[in-house]
Design a binder for this molecule. Structure first.
Ligand SMILES: Cc1cc2ncn([C@H]3O[C@H](COP(=O)(O)O)[C@@H](O)[C@H]3O)c2cc1C
Ligand SMILES: O=C(O)c1cccnc1
Length: 336
């Protein structure tokens, strides 16, 4: 039975007490990497990836055979301001599509052998319009964090958190502005495809939201400007940190949610990789702030966990080589 996040302080305490990567496993994985039948460094970033996986999994033979993709859906009051190219009903309609196996993320999860879970979070009760009030009250926020916390399968060896929530690129931009400052225009993008007037409107809405909730930090940013699916992703990422399950971050929305955890604890995302960099312009900026180099750049602007799910394949390639290759001694190959 997973434990309860009854107060924000509980989450902060769990992050502060979370174990770090296993130093001896890191050493053993580095040592193994040096003996594998290839010129030193020839597998590029795959080598660092496999060693990093070994550290979090506590072994010199890391694996990614049981990945989990978990998709959270939430509705946003701020959609009333006309910030998305699609109507808010699409959130619930896409949940049905996820459940029927018809979305992009279903295909990618299947392709890489990942289990996929979908959690619709109180879709009939959109968050408040954050230009007028905090998006969630404390009870709503804690329920969403807990839903994310509970959603992680402890036996998973890799986790992807995805989202669905019409209007959530506006919410993520407001979160990013509150965390890192600058201008709203630095953080907004076209999301589902708004035109120039839509983009200008998003910047106005984001500016108004950040002004309404100025001075808030960390998880409070997520409560005031985020959404249930963002909060749940943060809860899941925090749980994975406690369980030492490596996480692949997805696009702009996932990364904005995750960034709120770093504001609470500097090592909160040490177990996270950046799966890709999205077309949404704020995403590259967020990754720079977090010091994370994306694995892929494919021009994706979907969310759902799609870019991170594709990166499961890269991680699987890295650990397959690292854990399966012969050493020079085993294969009788002369080393250099
Ligand atoms: C059919 C459809 C499927 C999606 N899957 C992810 N998103 C993505 O688009 C939304 C964010 O963009 P905005 O802020 O412009 O509303 C989120 O739901 C995100 O997951 C979708 C959007 C649509 C329309
Ligand atoms: O980067 C993302 O996650 C993203 C971009 C556009 C639309 N939905 C999600």
């Amino acid at each position: 039975m997973p434990d309860t996040i009854a107060h924000l302080q509980d989450l902060r305490a769990r992050l502060a007490a979370a174990p770090v990567a296993d130093a001896s496993a890191l050493d053993a994985a580095r040592n193994r990497n040096e003996q594998l039948t290839k010129p030193p460094g020839a597998l590029g970033r795959l080598e660092d990836l496999a060693i990093w996986m070994g550290g979090w999994q506590g072994t010199d033979r890391p694996r990614a055979n049981h990945p989990q993709v978990v998709v959270f859906a939430g509705n946003h009051g701020v959609t009333a301001r006309g910030v998305s190219a699609f109507p808010a009903e699409v959130t619930a309609q896409m949940v049905l599509n996820f459940q029927a196996g018809g979305a992009a993320i279903n295909q990618l999860a299947k392709q890489f052998g990942a289990r996929m879970d979908v959690h619709a979070l109180e879709l009939d009760t959109p968050t408040a319009d954050f230009t007028l009030a905090p998006a969630m009250d404390e009870g709503e926020f804690l329920r969403a964090l807990q839903a994310g916390w509970n959603a992680v399968a402890p036996e998973a060896d890799l986790l992807v958190t995805g989202e669905m929530g019409i209007g959530n690129t506006t919410s993520a931009a407001a979160v990013a502005l509150a965390l890192y400052g600058g201008e709203a225009a630095d953080w907004v993008g076209r999301g589902t495809g708004v035109d120039d007037a839509g983009l200008a409107l998003k910047a106005e809405v984001v500016t108004a939201g950040a002004a309404k909730h100025s001075g808030v930090t960390g998880l409070e940013v997520l409560r005031c400007l985020g959404g249930r699916e963002l909060a749940a992703m943060a809860g899941a990422i925090a749980r994975a940190r406690v369980l030492r399950i490596p996480v692949i971050l997805d696009g702009f929305i996932c990364t904005a949610a995750a960034a709120c955890l770093v504001a609470e604890h500097p090592a909160a995302l040490d177990h996270c990789l950046a799966g890709h960099v999205s077309v949404e312009p704020g995403h590259a900026r967020l990754l720079e702030h977090l010091g994370k180099e994306p694995l892929l750049q494919l021009g994706l602007r979907l969310g759902e966990g799609s870019g991170a799910a594709l990166a499961i394949g890269v991680v699987q390639g890295a650990v397959a080589c690292h854990s399966g290759m012969a050493t020079f001694a085993e294969a009788g190959v002369s080393d250099g």
